[in-house]
Write a protein that binds this ligand. Structure first.
Ligand code: T4K
Length: 406
């Protein structure tokens, strides 16, 4: 890593929950949060102001789409306002109806997008080791009302597409991917973005490639791309194609300006993410009861997330107790994804049959913690986070007593 790694471990003061001062003066966020150089942004904005053109398929969006097509080696990229809109548009473009099989172990936006588009989710469990959907979990859920399978590519990893595609083809179902976490990843030298009927990426601020908000839909199918462009905008999207309904999913020029500038720096961002993750691995890899999640299928990853599994019995504290310890140190860690979507409103009430049917989703939801990585996190910050976690483990009994008010 570029900055020196701190060596404050031996001299670390007591944890804040045990009466010490917080390790960090202000909250250290989770999320990638990459900002391009101000001067480059200023230039892009000046040009935008000179053109007097804010939105509606402007030159920056077109340039961003071209750069993404090249980067992903895919025929079509349709930039959109955000990935949630992209997923909603995908349902109409694919002409889906009835039900869609989707993991409950995802950000709720994946499923909410299906609800907005009028589909009923069929919640699928995930593999305990990869946290991803597999055909074994999907197949028993297929019935006559199911029209599609929507796997979610999590944590910079990706589902092997071939077995899912075979299953989808065998049952005459559409397969499309939520790849919000997987920009820049590859499977066997093929970029994620090329699989299934289409894939949707997110360019939210917390993602590895940020356009502040934003996303894109990738496909190699010309007719599908034409439908997506017509759904994206009620007018001016190119040749008219019959679509069920149109929307406003347009990406603005200001979003594309940030996206383009961040795309130029993506290689450096991924390399830094790798260094951060390596450092976490080095420091915490041997701590009893902690296991760093590593991608299993992606042959190239973006190292976007640092996810540990906390084994309460071995570590001495539960994941939630560890979160509390870190929170009091001003370290913002997250429980991803908790609760599973099947246990979240409105689905827990509307579809209660799934509550006790997804043991792996529940298991992971109780145990996973996302640690800070991304632009705001220095090498010294990583060491501070690791110091606190090591101390929490070493003083687990005392910490637990303090947290429970004993
Ligand atoms: N599918 C999957 C699998 C997804 O994970 C997501 C989104 C989607 C689909 C839908 O994609 P989009 O429609 O959003 O394009 C974040 C993001 O809002 C969301 O994009 C993301 N996934 C989700 C997992 O996380 P929050 O609620 O966790 O973000 P927030 O505001 O709490 O920010 C995280 C940390 O970053 C905080 O410590 C605050 C800090 N922060 C945040 C922003 C935005 C900053 O310091 N500056 C900032 O500008 O949702």
């Amino acid at each position: 890593m570029s900055e020196p790694i701190g060596t404050i471990r031996s001299a670390h003061p007591p944890l804040a929950v045990l009466g010490g001062a917080p390790a960090l003066a202000k909250p250290l966020p989770v999320g990638q949060l990459h900002f391009p150089a101000w001067s480059a942004y200023e230039t892009a904005m000046r040009e935008l102001f000179e053109r007097q053109y804010y939105t509606n398929h402007g030159p920056l969006v077109q340039r961003f789409e071209a750069a993404l097509r090249e980067r992903l080696s895919v025929r079509h990229v349709v930039c959109v306002t955000n990935a949630t809109i992209g997923l909603m548009m995908a349902v109409d473009a694919l002409d889906l109806s009835g039900k869609v099989i989707v993991p409950a172990f995802t950000f709720i936006a994946t499923v909410q997008a299906m609800s907005w588009a009028g589909l009923e989710p069929v919640f699928c469990d995930v593999d305990l080791r990869t946290h991803l959907m597999t055909p074994e979990f999907v197949e028993p859920l297929i019935d006559a009302d199911v029209s599609a399978i929507l796997p979610v590519n999590l944590w910079g990893d990706a589902c092997p597409p071939a077995p899912l595609q075979t299953l989808a083809d065998r049952h005459g179902l559409q397969l499309f991917f939520d790849s919000a976490h997987a920009f820049g990843c590859e499977i066997d030298a093929r970029p994620v973005g090329n699989f299934g009927a289409l894939e949707v990426f997110s360019f939210h601020a917390t993602k590895v490639l940020s356009a502040t908000e934003g996303g894109c839909i990738c496909t190699n199918d010309d007719a599908l791309a034409a439908r997506l462009r017509n759904i994206r905008s009620s007018y001016g999207a190119g040749p008219l194609t019959a679509v069920p309904k149109t929307s406003n999913g347009r990406m603005s020029e200001a979003q594309a300006a940030i996206g383009l500038l961040n795309l130029e720096r993506l290689g450096a961002v991924v390399e830094r993410n790798r260094e951060v993750k390596d450092r976490y691995h080095e420091r915490l890899g041997q701590v009893t009861g902690l296991r760093l999640h590593l991608p299993r299928h992606a042959t190239r990853t973006n190292f976007q997330y640092v996810i540990f599994e906390v084994d309460e019995d071995a570590f001495g504290l539960s994941r939630d107790e560890l979160l509390e310890v870190l929170g009091s140190e001003n370290i913002v860690a997250r429980r991803y994804f908790y609760p599973g979507v099947h246990r979240s409103a409105p689905y827990r009430d509307e579809l209660p049959r799934y509550i006790d049917r997804l043991p792996n989703t529940d298991h992971l939801g109780r145990r996973l913690i996302q640690l800070p990585s991304g632009a705001p996190v220095s090498a010294a910050d990583v060491d501070r986070v690791c110091d606190c976690i090591e101390l929490a483990h070493a003083h687990a009994g005392e910490v637990r007593d303090r947290l429970s008010g004993r």
